[in-house]
Design a binder for this molecule. Structure first.
Ligand code: SF4
Length: 189
């Protein structure tokens, strides 16, 4: 599905919500493209591409610029404030770090015990913790919490096997150049 979104991402431009591994797919495709390689894709990809072509999504006049995946995640470039003032790392992550009626939003975002670890990929556990894409992907913290009760556990919906991508050095340099800030650096500080 994510490879399909990537390949039809110019007709129209696509974005994902809670689809953090789309950033992994975009990086993998960029490196594979440079090597003239294609990933191995299953029958769902073929069906989706055929249907998109039937709908005319790939006609030249409908092409737009590809939208790069945004480097934001729960508590990392994103904050959700409920109608009662509770501050959550995401609208999908029902854990509060405080209330704006008792503490400024900027303080909660920058310094709370819930938000600061979410910006440090070295604290991730399980597959996400072992993954070479964790600094740019990191998985859905909401799904990890929903399945395990731990915001730092693995994203259970990711099919990637850490360490299986072959072009490690290129990935490392691309990962460094595509990040907006060093791992763990607070936003707006
Ligand atoms: S294992 Fe985690 S960090 Fe790695 S690609 Fe999957 S969701 Fe992202």
């Amino acid at each position: 599905m994510l490879h399909f979104l990537h390949d039809c991402g110019t007709a129209p431009a696509t974005k994902t919500t809670e689809g953090h591994h789309f950033r992994r797919v975009a990086l993998q495709r960029r490196i594979l493209d440079a090597h003239g390689e294609r990933p191995r894709l299953g029958p769902l990809y073929g069906r989706l591409m055929a249907r998109a072509a039937e709908l005319g999504l790939f006609r030249g006049e409908r092409r737009t610029a590809r939208r790069p995946p945004m480097d934001v995640s729960s508590g990392r470039g994103f904050v959700f404030v409920s109608h009662t003032g509770e501050v959550h790392p995401s609208g999908f992550l029902p854990v509060s770090a405080g209330n704006v009626r008792g503490r400024p939003l900027t303080e909660i975002y920058r310094d709370s015990a819930l938000f600061t670890p979410l910006r440090d990929p070295s604290l991730l556990r399980g597959s996400c913790g072992a993954c070479e894409f964790k600094a740019v992907c990191g998985g859905s913290r909401s799904r990890a919490y929903g399945f395990t009760g731990d915001v730092l556990e693995s994203d259970p919906y990711c099919a990637y096997e850490p360490g299986s991508f072959p072009y490690r050095d290129e990935l490392r340099s691309l990962t460094e150049s595509t990040r907006c800030r060093p791992p763990g650096a607070p936003y707006g500080a």
